[in-house]
Ligand binder design. Structure first.
Ligand SMILES: NC(=O)c1ccc[n+]([C@@H]2O[C@H](COP(=O)([O-])OP(=O)(O)OC[C@H]3O[C@@H](n4cnc5c(N)ncnc54)[C@H](O)[C@@H]3O)[C@@H](O)[C@H]2O)c1
Length: 316
């Protein structure tokens, strides 16, 4: 699928213009190119998303409720830009790219941006609350979510602009991975989906359009595999290095499923499985109790320094 674009899944502009719409932009139309981008959530994904938009020459406002997350995000972006610069992979000086990112604590910084990409915690209630707030703050722009599994249709319905709500599901690590799964909600307009597809290409990414469905394609396929690997570990079928080795050496996966879960974050994996289980209602998506215990213990993977493997250099 890499480099390919699945058939656009929307059936035209189905956004019904709600009475009392706050903006003067017709629903589902995007009158100008995306020049300024707000990113909400400066964690694992948010810092990478801010990085790629700034690298493409756009002004970025990065917002997080936790000031420490903003500091960590800037440090990570600076380190990753330096690495790219050393390899000759940056068209602009690293300092210039970093200077395009304005880190803030308040959502109000997002008034007037052309696009917001939400990358906060994978919690439906938190995301719905944020989308309601963003709807009142951000003029005629597009609201995108980087959610791994939560319904884009549901997020759109929390706003008065469902035609301009879309999924932009970047992969981890964002500056490196080519795929963006573009998720078209029931009421996302075809115009917005196409604009986001074009934008992804401008970022040097390979967009694939999918319909809104729990976990989309990526996590509906990936998470049951990760969950099954955790069950294998819990049942003592093999230890973590052996389970990962089987998939790496036998199926040519660059990372084994447990190492990949550590990279994604075990809390994120659990949250995705919970959405799949609740929404699709099948036992095959039931999160392994060991995964729940790991999250309860705070062993979240790379970001906490310990998951199925140990990361002594991280988690500080
Ligand atoms: N980790 C991955 O590999 C991966 C891949 C693709 C998509 N995603 C999705 O991206 C989103 C973010 O995941 P992550 O791994 O970056 O999480 P994370 O825990 O690393 O970061 C989340 C950040 O959001 C901030 N935050 C939480 N609530 C907030 C609010 N209301 N307002 C502002 N900031 C808030 C937190 O302080 C934190 O810094 C999730 O929806 C996740 O499912 C994750």
């Amino acid at each position: 699928m890499r480099g390919s674009l699945a058939e656009a899944a929307t059936g035209g502009d189905r956004g019904s213009p709600a009475a009392g719409r706050a903006t003067d932009t017709p629903p589902g139309t995007v009158p100008h190119p995306v020049r300024t981008v707000g990113v909400v959530g400066a964690g694992t994904m948010g810092n990478g998303i801010a990085h790629v938009f700034a690298q493409s020459g756009r002004e970025v406002r990065l917002v997080d409720a936790d000031p420490a997350a903003l500091t960590r995000a800037r440090d990570t972006i600076a380190r990753n830009l330096e690495r790219q610069a050393r390899r000759g992979a940056l068209a602009r000086p690293a300092e210039e790219v970093l200077a395009r990112i304005d880190s803030r604590g308040e959502l109000e910084a997002l008034a007037g941006v052309d696009l917001v990409v939400e990358a906060i915690v994978e919690d439906p209630a938190a995301k719905l609350r944020l989308f309601r707030e963003l709807d009142g703050l951000v003029g005629g722009g597009i609201l995108a979510s980087n959610t791994s599994a939560i319904s884009i249709t549901r997020l759109g319905a929390a706003t008065r602009r469902p035609a301009r709500v879309v999924g932009m599901h970047f992969m981890n690590p964002v500056p490196v991975m080519p795929l963006v799964e573009v998720v078209s909600g029931l009421d996302t307009s075809a115009d917005v989906t196409e604009r986001i597809v074009a934008l992804c290409r401008e970022l040097g990414k390979s967009p694939v359009v999918v319909r809104d469905s729990p976990g989309f394609v990526s996590n509906r396929v990936l998470m049951p595999m990760i969950n099954e690997a955790v069950f294998c570990l819990a049942e003592g079928v093999a230890d973590a290095p052996a389970i990962d080795e089987v998939l790496q050496l036998g199926m040519r996966h660059p990372l084994g499923p447990l190492a990949l879960a550590d990279l994604i974050g075990l809390d994120v994996c659990l949250a995705i499985l919970e959405v799949l289980h609740a929404e699709l209602g099948e036992d095959k998506y039931r999160p392994c109790p060991l995964l729940r215990r790991m999250v309860a213990a705070g062993h979240l993977g790379r970001k906490s320094g310990r998951g199925f493997h140990a990361y002594p250099e991280a988690g500080a």
